[in-house]
Design a protein around this ligand. Structure first.
Ligand SMILES: NC(=O)c1ccc[n+]([C@@H]2O[C@H](COP(=O)([O-])OP(=O)(O)OC[C@H]3O[C@@H](n4cnc5c(N)ncnc54)[C@H](O)[C@@H]3O)[C@@H](O)[C@H]2O)c1
Length: 320
């Protein structure tokens, strides 16, 4: 909305440099500029910058529901400058958010250059989806400053970002990245180990692998599987996550769910060659974390809250 705090607050003292004016780079520029930061967008190609500038304007207009000429949009737009000179773009940046193509050699070359031209306090974050931060940082002079800040696409609509340090990353840089992302309106998720796919894509991948198998085995069609997620599983997950879902689905909470349903889920996993049973110790740990978030005494109230949240999806145009 025009005039909302997100777009009118100005924080000229925070400078973020975004490297690569492709889809993720532009989307990050929208997030940071709307948060009030100074944004320097760099690309190796001048025409990519020109295209990026048009996309930036389009996204801003879409988000504000207003025309590109709207005054609030002009304020946000004025926070962004566009550069082909890398030294100029990164000067005095608090955070560099790298969004260049997903090629290890390209990223390593760029980070090696960043090591020598950025301030020693600058956080160096890569948006990579599939490379590990340790692979990018290995042998780099700035390795303690390098981490992954992996966004969901597009970050201006899906406000979650995985912060993945490598073994070389100093904790203060991970903390600083989390602080800056929080101030930009994102929810940083601390990923403790640099596993392939981090957390977002591993969760997405687990569901997608099963969906492929169900189509392969003739159990359901592609359209029907999408509908099950869109109208069922996913609709619930837009309000609560998978752990809270089963915690609220079963009186007695997640521990009771694991007792009742654990064996069936173990059989389904084994059918796919996955031998990851929910051991007693694991169930206890998950239960401990859930009970710290929701006491069983508050269970009925929370179930009611969930249902109220889900009600907002009920619309006349609803359904398949
Ligand atoms: N697209 C997604 O859904 C998504 C989601 C999360 C993370 N990511 C990650 O973000 C990064 C960028 O992805 P994208 O989809 O925005 O890519 P893209 O191809 O849309 O954009 C990449 C940009 O980098 C520029 N660039 C800068 N230096 C370059 C060089 N040396 N060689 C070639 N191009 C150079 C290109 O001109 C281009 O504008 C990737 O690491 C990707 O894995 C993408």
């Amino acid at each position: 909305m025009s005039g909302d705090m997100t777009t009118t607050r100005d924080d000229a003292s925070t400078v973020v440099c975004v490297l690569g004016a492709g889809s993720i780079g532009v989307a990050f520029a929208v997030v940071f500029a709307r948060a009030g930061f100074r944004v320097r967008m760099w690309d190796v190609y001048g025409d990519a910058l020109a295209r990026g500038q048009r996309e930036f304007d389009d996204k801003l207009a879409m988000l504000s529901g207003l025309s590109q000429a709207d005054a609030t949009n002009s304020t946000v737009r004025a926070r962004v400058s566009w550069h082909v000179d890398l030294d100029e773009a990164v000067e005095s940046a608090d955070l560099v958010q790298e969004c260049i193509p997903e090629q290890l050699a390209l990223k390593r070359e760029l980070f090696a250059r960043l090591a020598s031209i950025t301030h020693p306090d600058t956080v160096l974050a890569s948006s990579t989806s599939a490379l590990k931060p340790g692979e990018i940082a290995a042998g780099c002079a700035a390795q303690e400053r390098i981490l992954v800040g992996h966004p969901a696409n597009p970050p201006f609509l899906l406000p979650v970002i995985e912060v993945v340090p490598s073994a070389f990353t100093a904790q203060r840089f991970a903390d600083r990245a989390a602080e800056l992302y929080t101030r930009a309106g994102l929810k940083p998720i601390a990923v403790h180990r640099e596993v392939e796919g981090f957390v977002f894509n591993r969760l997405q991948g687990a569901l997608l692998r099963e969906a492929y198998c169900l189509v392969r085995d003739g159990v359901a069609s592609v359209a029907d599987i999408d509908d099950i997620v869109r109208l069922g599983v996913g609709r619930r997950w837009s309000v609560i996550g998978p752990f809270e879902t089963v915690d609220l689905n079963t009186r007695g909470g997640i521990e009771s769910h694991a007792q009742k349903m654990g064996p069936a889920y173990a059989r389904m996993g084994a059918e796919r060659g996955q031998q990851d049973p929910w051991t007693d110790g694991l169930v206890q740990e998950v239960t401990r974390q859930r009970r710290a978030l929701l006491a069983l005494d508050d269970w009925d109230m929370r179930v009611r809250w969930r249902d109220e949240q889900l009600q907002r999806f009920l619309a006349p145009s609803d359904g398949a």
